[in-house]
Unconditional design. Structure first.
Length: 67
């Protein structure tokens, strides 16, 4: 699902641990979100987007052409 989160995270030079601390979840949660194995709440999506300075659409919108 969400390599866009990983790409944005790496672009901000953040580890999974650092991003997790900033948004108040565990590193495992971030890893599962990046693998598409966890469906985050809207509030968590917003927190991740704000932290990574991206819009919800940029990180979470699944384009018809993506898969």
């Amino acid at each position: 699902m969400n390599n866009r989160i990983k790409i944005a995270r790496v672009g901000k030079s953040l580890t999974q641990v650092q991003l997790a601390k900033k948004v108040g979840v565990t590193r495992q949660t971030i890893g599962l979100i990046e693998k598409g194995q966890y469906n985050p709440s809207l509030q968590l999506c917003i927190s991740i987007a704000k932290t990574l300075e991206k819009t919800l659409d940029e990180l979470f919108w699944e384009d018809q052409n993506d898969g």
